[in-house]
Ligand binder design. Structure first.
Ligand code: ARG
Length: 275
């Protein structure tokens, strides 16, 4: 709802001609992203962790580990974070071995649909559009789409993004909202929020729209950036499972409910998010 309002206001600003400011180097950015994506996809195959062999079977989880504190890669190339811990706790409850594969965010749903993985834990937001190709578990966390800008930026709310160059991670809700609200020509897509934030630091774009928790991590890791106080949208994160796989869905929802009732879900989240 909030987002729609921002959209309407942004749309009217665009109609007055602010759009002219944001054309430019999109093709170059797209090419660079494609190369990066190809590299990352090659890596992804090598990244499968903990090969399976347990009596309860294997839970093949896909994620995109560029998204702290939900998922990132540690020094030993293991995927760590809130999603990895929750998935491990779910797998344990189900007597299953967890196997994590790290891939591009926009490869996750295709990989699930192609049966290369069983479940996505990736700070993935429940959206109506995604529900056409996957089923979502009960939500296990809340996310907020935030705006990262340079400290001296005049962007103070989502409405101020009209006519600016905005960086997003390809295929995320930040991408979808900005493309809808600002128009394709204002959006620059990157393989990850980290790379988008680097482009912001280098002055190639005016803002990055991304989930609040990774935004905090990116701002902490770079000088001269801040998060705009007015958020873009509030969202629910859930695991995604193939449509019709009710057997796994029921098991996962059962496990999530137990973890919630035991206080374990909160405990995991609080290990990574201190407020
Ligand atoms: N919540 C956003 C979405 O669902 C961004 C998720 C990005 N996650 C990641 N692991 N990179 O589109």
């Amino acid at each position: 709802m909030k987002r729609k309002l921002a959209f309407l206001m942004a749309a009217s600003l665009i109609a007055t001609g602010a759009l002219a400011g944001c054309g430019g180097s999109k093709d170059a950015a797209a090419d660079a992203n494609q190369d990066a994506a190809a590299d990352a996809n090659q890596d992804a195959a090598a990244d499968a962790q903990q090969p399976a062999e347990t009596t309860g079977g294997t839970l093949r989880m896909g994620t995109n580990a560029t998204f702290p504190p939900y998922e990132s890669v540690d020094d030993n190339n293991n995927v760590v974070g809130i999603d990895a811990d929750i998935a491990a706790a779910v797998a344990e409850k189900l007597g299953m071995q967890l196997e994590i594969t790290n891939m591009e965010f926009d490869s996750l749903i295709p990989a699930l649909n192609a049966d290369q993985i069983d479940i996505i834990f990736a700070g993935m937001t429940i959206t109506e559009e995604r529900k056409e190709s996957v089923d979502f578990s009960d939500s296990y966390a809340t996310g907020i789409q935030s705006i990262i800008v340079p400290e001296n930026s005049d962007i103070a709310s989502p409405d101020d993004l009209a006519g600016k160059k905005v960086g997003v991670q390809t295929g995320t809700t930040g991408d979808i909202y900005c493309t809808d609200d600002l128009g394709e020509e204002c959006v620059q897509r990157f393989e990850s929020g980290v790379v988008a934030t680097q482009a912001l630091v280098n002055g190639q774009i005016d803002a990055v729209v991304i989930d609040n928790e990774p935004a905090k991590a990116y701002v902490a890791a770079n000088e001269g950036l801040k998060i705009v106080e007015t958020a873009y949208a509030v969202e629910d994160y859930a695991a995604a499972i193939n449509k019709g796989n009710t057997e796994l869905m029921d098991k996962v929802n059962g496990a999530l409910k137990e973890l919630k009732d035991e206080g374990k879900l909160d405990e995991i989240i609080k290990t990574y998010i201190h407020e």
